[in-house]
Design a protein around this ligand. Structure first.
Ligand code: 9MR
Ligand code: 9MR
Length: 587
């Protein structure tokens, strides 16, 4: 066995040792290194990027960056005074080592504390993370077997063909009465569960396509080793198409309305996809799902337009599907999704639809340049706020900003830039004032808080792209640091990355294959003080920023989801692409 292979096996040891306790051990995943004392980005930093660590109140007044192999001190700097960070009710001192730019592998040392986890400074610090975060979508594909050549030890049989899906009573219409059989294969499983939801697919696919639209060179150079690699489309687009093709089948051909989800009646146990064989239903056409569909199809139509040779007719088909969905929503502006009494899977129900209208209008405007859509957008556009599955208004502003030089005269470029800048500026100010150097505040710790941090970063990056203000990029970097280990729980929140990462995510395939580590590249939901799950194990803390446990049972803090991985893909690619070369960093 080669040395790298032995090392790779050894790296899995902690995972193997904690297997028996799967789902019942709040401390599962703890390793020899105590990463809770000095918190930093356990994956690494870019040479020209900002670099911060946080630590508890200690007597020392300085810290050292040391070479991880030799222990040689390479840099020393002052510790900032201790201040309390509210969401964790913790007194923290900050260490700023942004000045260290020499690639290498290091640790931080502070007198009186154990050394930090090791980390790298490298020009490609986030390349593997970004590829794994995208490859997660391949691992979560429905309707196809994952071959060992692509999936390695996570290979598995096909699950959920979804070629015989029943029309649920809530979705019945004249052309498709209850019980009609339709086919809607492919798509990604939403999360740890095996259902497929249009609303959540909307923001997810949008974010991946936006990453490609904003950083095409980065993604064109990437090879994910998926079955489509080398087919003439960038892999990120091939992966997005797996879900877009399913979404197209969710539109009722009779009227253009879109089913809210394709689902079992209830959640499965912890079994592999091919073992989950309940009847599948499409349920209720609803306005939010239809508008999210309209938005994403309009966006996908323009992103795929240059690939006519590879996928003839697809771009035009998507635009037509988008316009039909838009028309349906105009005719049915207030069909709010309500869960039928016999359906118990995820709700994704949202009753405020102004942002969905604005988003669909903006995407259709950008793609068609038809000013009718700009006027619609202006009528409904709500105040810009951090994106999330129920709050998609910001996605409209992002697309408008991205394409602002090519819009028609009706578009108000000044307004578009100001909206983006104002939101990003607010987050950057919170970041500056934060004793922890994160924009996250107590109220941001909700279900999926790790993705809130990343979506704040995504908006900070839009601000940086519009304004060039360096502090916005630094604040975005800090959000990535946060989910990669400068986190009050001491975890790097992405499976397979960092020194201490979740080993027991609420992800059915990972839970059903306990003999091996979880599928890599998945970001877990994160601290959620409102968590009401049924874990037998108590949460180590109820504090907003610490209410988390790495246990299979903890679906409110330790599930994974397609909409949470998408901003991880975006932000890691953006920082990798935008962070200036080290020579441009002011000392
Ligand atoms: O496993 C389900 C998870 O994928 C969902 O995100 C979550 C929220 O809707 O629900 C989980 O299922 C739980 C159910 O809601 C309540 N009973 C326990 C289930 C988990 O074991
Ligand atoms: O991310 C969703 C969160 O905002 C909701 O509060 C929560 C409860 O409705 O549901 C989350 O989404 C879950 C979905 O309902 C089912 N698949 C798993 C999703 C992530 O936990």
């Amino acid at each position: 066995m080669s040395i790298p292979k032995i090392l790779a096996r050894l790296a899995l040891l902690p995972a193997l040792l904690t297997l028996q306790s799967c789902g019942h051990a709040p401390t599962a995943g703890a390793t020899a290194v105590d990463t809770t004392a000095i918190q930093l980005n356990q994956v690494g930093y870019l040479p020209g990027g900002g670099k911060w660590a946080a630590l508890p109140e200690v007597a020392a007044d300085s810290f050292a960056v040391v070479d991880a192999a030799t222990g040689r001190e390479v840099w020393r700097g002052p510790l900032q005074p201790a201040r309390t960070w509210e969401p964790a009710q913790q007194k923290l001192r900050l260490a700023d080592f942004s000045a260290v730019s020499e690639p290498g592998r290091y640790r931080l040392q502070v007198a009186g504390l154990p050394p930090s986890a090791p980390f790298v400074i490298a020009a490609d610090a986030y390349a593997a993370l970004n590829a794994a975060a995208l490859k997660f979508y391949y691992f979560n594909r429905a309707s196809v077997a994952l071959a060992p050549a692509h999936a390695g030890i996570w290979a598995r049989p096909a699950g959920h063909p979804d070629d015989r899906v029943l029309v649920h009573a809530s979705a019945a219409g004249p052309g498709r009465p209850e019980g009609t059989v339709i086919s809607a294969p492919k798509g990604w499983y939403d999360a740890g569960d095996y259902n497929k939801y249009i609303v959540n697919s909307g923001i997810t696919v949008y974010t991946l396509l936006a990453a490609y639209e904003h950083f095409p060179a980065y993604f064109k150079a990437q090879n994910l080793n998926i079955p489509e690699s080398g087919n003439g489309l960038p892999d990120v687009l091939s992966e997005a198409l797996w879900n877009l093709e399913w979404m197209l089948a969710m539109q009722d051909p009779a009227d253009g309305g879109v089913y809210h989800k394709l689902t079992d009646k209830g959640f499965d146990g912890i079994v592999m996809p091919h073992q989950a064989r309940h009847d599948r239903y499409v349920v209720m056409k609803a306005t939010a799902a239809t508008l999210d569909f309209a938005a994403v199809m309009a966006q996908a139509s323009r992103v795929l337009a240059p690939f006519e040779a590879q996928r003839p007719g697809l771009s035009a088909r998507m635009l037509a599907a988008s316009q039909r969905a838009w028309d349906w929503a105009q005719a049915h502006p207030e069909v709010i999704y309500r869960q039928a009494p016999d359906i118990h899977t995820g709700g994704y129900d949202d009753s405020k639809l102004a942002d969905e209208f604005a988003w669909a209008a903006a995407e259709l405007y950008v793609t068609t340049r038809d000013e009718r859509y700009w006027r619609s957008f202006r009528q409904t556009a709500p105040r810009i706020e951090v994106p999330g599955w129920p709050d998609v208004g910001a996605l409209a502003w992002i697309s408008l900003a991205q394409h602002r030089e090519r819009l028609t005269a009706a578009a108000d470029r000044q307004l578009i830039e100001t909206q983006i800048r104002t939101l990003a500026d607010g987050f950057a100010s919170r970041w500056e004032a934060s004793p922890y150097r994160v924009a996250m505040q107590t109220q941001d710790f909700i279900w999926g808080s790790n993705a809130v941090a990343l979506n704040q970063a995504l908006m900070l990056i839009q601000g940086y792209r519009v304004s060039g203000e360096r502090r916005m990029l630094d604040a975005a970097q800090s959000a990535l640091d946060f989910v990669l280990g400068r986190h009050p729980t001491g975890y790097a929140m992405v499976t397979g990355f960092g020194t201490r990462s979740p080993l027991h995510p609420h992800h059915r395939p990972s839970g059903a294959m306990p003999q091996q580590p979880p599928v890599p590249g998945m970001i877990v939901g994160g601290p959620n003080p409102g968590s009401g799950d049924d874990c037998p194990t108590p949460y180590p803390s109820k504090l907003p920023a610490k209410a988390f446990q790495d246990a299979l049972c903890s679906y409110t803090t330790n599930e994974i989801a397609i909409n949470w991985n998408a901003p991880l893909v975006y932000v890691s690619a953006a920082l990798q692409s935008l962070t200036p070369d080290v020579s441009q960093r002011k000392p």
